[in-house]
Design a protein around this ligand. Structure first.
Ligand code: FES
Ligand code: FES
Length: 172
Protein backbone atom coordinates (compact mmCIF):
# COMPACT_ATOMS: atom_id res chain seq x y z
CA UNK A 1 0.00 0.00 0.00
CA UNK A 2 1.35 3.44 -0.95
CA UNK A 3 2.08 5.92 1.83
CA UNK A 4 1.87 9.71 1.91
CA UNK A 5 3.48 11.61 -0.94
CA UNK A 6 3.78 15.30 -1.83
CA UNK A 7 0.69 16.38 -3.76
CA UNK A 8 0.41 19.79 -5.43
CA UNK A 9 -3.14 21.10 -5.29
CA UNK A 10 -4.22 24.24 -7.15
CA UNK A 11 -6.60 25.95 -4.75
CA UNK A 12 -8.07 29.43 -5.10
CA UNK A 13 -5.40 30.50 -7.55
CA UNK A 14 -2.36 29.24 -5.64
CA UNK A 15 -0.48 25.94 -5.58
CA UNK A 16 -0.26 24.18 -2.22
CA UNK A 17 1.86 21.11 -1.62
CA UNK A 18 0.48 18.72 0.98
CA UNK A 19 1.74 15.36 2.13
CA UNK A 20 -1.03 12.81 1.82
CA UNK A 21 -2.07 9.47 0.40
CA UNK A 22 -3.54 10.00 -3.08
CA UNK A 23 -6.84 8.43 -2.00
CA UNK A 24 -7.39 10.95 0.81
CA UNK A 25 -10.68 12.81 0.36
CA UNK A 26 -10.09 16.30 -0.98
CA UNK A 27 -12.29 17.69 1.79
CA UNK A 28 -9.87 16.48 4.48
CA UNK A 29 -6.93 18.18 2.77
CA UNK A 30 -8.81 21.46 2.29
CA UNK A 31 -10.02 21.63 5.87
CA UNK A 32 -7.23 19.93 7.84
CA UNK A 33 -4.11 20.77 5.84
CA UNK A 34 -5.03 24.09 4.24
CA UNK A 35 -7.39 25.41 6.96
CA UNK A 36 -10.06 26.19 4.37
CA UNK A 37 -13.15 25.61 6.47
CA UNK A 38 -15.73 26.96 4.02
CA UNK A 39 -16.55 23.47 2.72
CA UNK A 40 -18.23 21.48 5.50
CA UNK A 41 -18.33 17.80 6.39
CA UNK A 42 -21.99 16.78 6.41
CA UNK A 43 -22.75 13.22 5.37
CA UNK A 44 -19.36 12.22 3.98
CA UNK A 45 -21.23 10.19 1.36
CA UNK A 46 -21.77 12.66 -1.46
CA UNK A 47 -25.41 13.08 -0.49
CA UNK A 48 -25.86 16.47 1.20
CA UNK A 49 -23.73 18.98 -0.72
CA UNK A 50 -22.26 20.71 2.35
CA UNK A 51 -18.73 19.99 1.08
CA UNK A 52 -19.28 21.32 -2.45
CA UNK A 53 -16.31 23.02 -4.10
CA UNK A 54 -15.68 23.85 -7.76
CA UNK A 55 -13.32 21.74 -9.84
CA UNK A 56 -12.61 23.69 -13.01
CA UNK A 57 -15.88 25.48 -12.35
CA UNK A 58 -17.97 22.34 -11.86
CA UNK A 59 -19.70 21.73 -8.50
CA UNK A 60 -17.96 18.75 -6.94
CA UNK A 61 -18.48 16.88 -3.68
CA UNK A 62 -15.13 17.14 -1.94
CA UNK A 63 -15.96 14.38 0.57
CA UNK A 64 -16.06 11.73 -2.16
CA UNK A 65 -13.42 13.22 -4.46
CA UNK A 66 -9.93 11.91 -3.83
CA UNK A 67 -6.83 14.05 -3.92
CA UNK A 68 -5.55 12.22 -7.00
CA UNK A 69 -8.73 13.08 -8.91
CA UNK A 70 -8.33 16.75 -7.98
CA UNK A 71 -4.69 16.95 -9.10
CA UNK A 72 -4.21 19.23 -12.09
CA UNK A 73 -7.61 20.87 -11.70
CA UNK A 74 -8.42 24.37 -10.46
CA UNK A 75 -10.13 23.97 -7.10
CA UNK A 76 -12.25 26.84 -5.81
CA UNK A 77 -13.65 26.98 -2.30
CA UNK A 78 -15.84 29.57 -0.63
CA UNK A 79 -12.67 31.38 0.45
CA UNK A 80 -11.77 31.86 -3.21
CA UNK A 81 -14.86 33.91 -4.01
CA UNK A 82 -14.75 37.14 -2.05
CA UNK A 83 -13.50 38.71 1.14
CA UNK A 84 -15.36 40.34 4.01
CA UNK A 85 -14.40 43.70 2.52
CA UNK A 86 -15.27 42.74 -1.06
CA UNK A 87 -17.92 40.06 -1.12
CA UNK A 88 -18.71 38.11 -4.27
CA UNK A 89 -22.22 39.03 -5.50
CA UNK A 90 -23.48 35.53 -4.64
CA UNK A 91 -22.23 35.93 -1.06
CA UNK A 92 -23.74 39.43 -0.92
CA UNK A 93 -27.09 38.12 -2.09
CA UNK A 94 -27.21 35.31 0.48
CA UNK A 95 -26.51 37.85 3.24
CA UNK A 96 -29.06 40.37 1.98
CA UNK A 97 -31.76 37.72 1.74
CA UNK A 98 -30.78 36.30 5.14
CA UNK A 99 -30.72 32.85 3.57
CA UNK A 100 -29.30 31.09 6.60
CA UNK A 101 -30.27 29.76 9.97
CA UNK A 102 -27.37 27.62 11.16
CA UNK A 103 -25.45 28.32 7.94
CA UNK A 104 -23.97 24.83 7.67
CA UNK A 105 -25.26 24.24 4.14
CA UNK A 106 -24.42 27.69 2.82
CA UNK A 107 -20.92 27.16 1.47
CA UNK A 108 -22.22 24.34 -0.71
CA UNK A 109 -25.30 26.35 -1.71
CA UNK A 110 -23.17 29.36 -2.67
CA UNK A 111 -20.66 27.34 -4.69
CA UNK A 112 -23.44 25.50 -6.51
CA UNK A 113 -25.15 28.84 -7.19
CA UNK A 114 -21.96 30.36 -8.58
CA UNK A 115 -21.58 27.52 -11.05
CA UNK A 116 -25.27 27.69 -12.00
CA UNK A 117 -25.18 31.43 -12.72
CA UNK A 118 -22.10 31.05 -14.88
CA UNK A 119 -23.93 28.49 -17.00
CA UNK A 120 -27.31 30.23 -16.88
CA UNK A 121 -27.19 33.91 -15.83
CA UNK A 122 -30.99 34.20 -15.65
CA UNK A 123 -32.34 30.88 -14.33
CA UNK A 124 -36.05 30.33 -13.78
CA UNK A 125 -37.31 29.42 -10.31
CA UNK A 126 -37.78 25.86 -11.56
CA UNK A 127 -34.16 25.72 -12.70
CA UNK A 128 -32.90 27.11 -9.38
CA UNK A 129 -34.95 24.56 -7.45
CA UNK A 130 -33.74 21.73 -9.65
CA UNK A 131 -30.07 22.75 -9.55
CA UNK A 132 -30.06 23.14 -5.76
CA UNK A 133 -32.24 20.11 -5.07
CA UNK A 134 -29.20 17.97 -4.19
CA UNK A 135 -27.93 20.51 -1.67
CA UNK A 136 -29.78 19.77 1.54
CA UNK A 137 -30.76 22.44 4.07
CA UNK A 138 -32.01 20.93 7.28
CA UNK A 139 -33.08 24.34 8.61
CA UNK A 140 -35.58 24.75 5.77
CA UNK A 141 -34.48 28.15 4.46
CA UNK A 142 -35.28 27.12 0.90
CA UNK A 143 -37.51 30.12 0.15
CA UNK A 144 -34.79 32.57 1.18
CA UNK A 145 -32.15 30.57 -0.70
CA UNK A 146 -34.12 30.73 -3.95
CA UNK A 147 -34.59 34.48 -3.45
CA UNK A 148 -30.85 34.81 -2.82
CA UNK A 149 -30.05 33.07 -6.11
CA UNK A 150 -32.43 35.42 -7.93
CA UNK A 151 -30.82 38.45 -6.28
CA UNK A 152 -27.34 37.13 -7.09
CA UNK A 153 -28.36 36.89 -10.75
CA UNK A 154 -29.47 40.54 -10.62
CA UNK A 155 -26.28 41.70 -8.92
CA UNK A 156 -24.12 39.85 -11.42
CA UNK A 157 -26.11 41.31 -14.33
CA UNK A 158 -25.53 44.82 -12.92
CA UNK A 159 -21.79 44.16 -12.77
CA UNK A 160 -21.55 42.73 -16.25
CA UNK A 161 -21.32 45.90 -18.43
CA UNK A 162 -18.26 47.14 -16.51
CA UNK A 163 -16.52 43.79 -16.94
CA UNK A 164 -17.43 43.16 -20.57
CA UNK A 165 -14.50 44.10 -22.85
CA UNK A 166 -16.82 44.33 -25.84
CA UNK A 167 -18.91 46.91 -23.99
CA UNK A 168 -15.81 48.91 -23.06
CA UNK A 169 -14.73 48.85 -26.68
CA UNK A 170 -18.08 50.22 -27.79
CA UNK A 171 -17.65 53.18 -25.43
CA UNK A 172 -14.09 54.01 -26.46
S1 FES B 1 -20.37 16.01 3.16
FE1 FES B 1 -20.00 15.79 1.05
S2 FES B 1 -21.96 15.51 0.18
FE2 FES B 1 -22.34 15.55 2.33
S1 FES C 1 -29.15 27.00 7.13
FE1 FES C 1 -28.90 25.29 8.45
S2 FES C 1 -28.63 23.60 7.10
FE2 FES C 1 -29.12 25.26 5.81
Amino acid sequence: MKGPAPLALKVNGATHVVSACPDTPLLYLLRNDLALNGPKFGCGLGECGACTVLLDGMPTRACVTTAKVALGHEITTLEGLGTRAALHPVQQAFIEEQAAQCGYCLSGMIMTTKALLERDPHPSIETIQRELSRNLCRCGTHVEIVRAVQLAAELLAQQKPAQDPAHKGACA
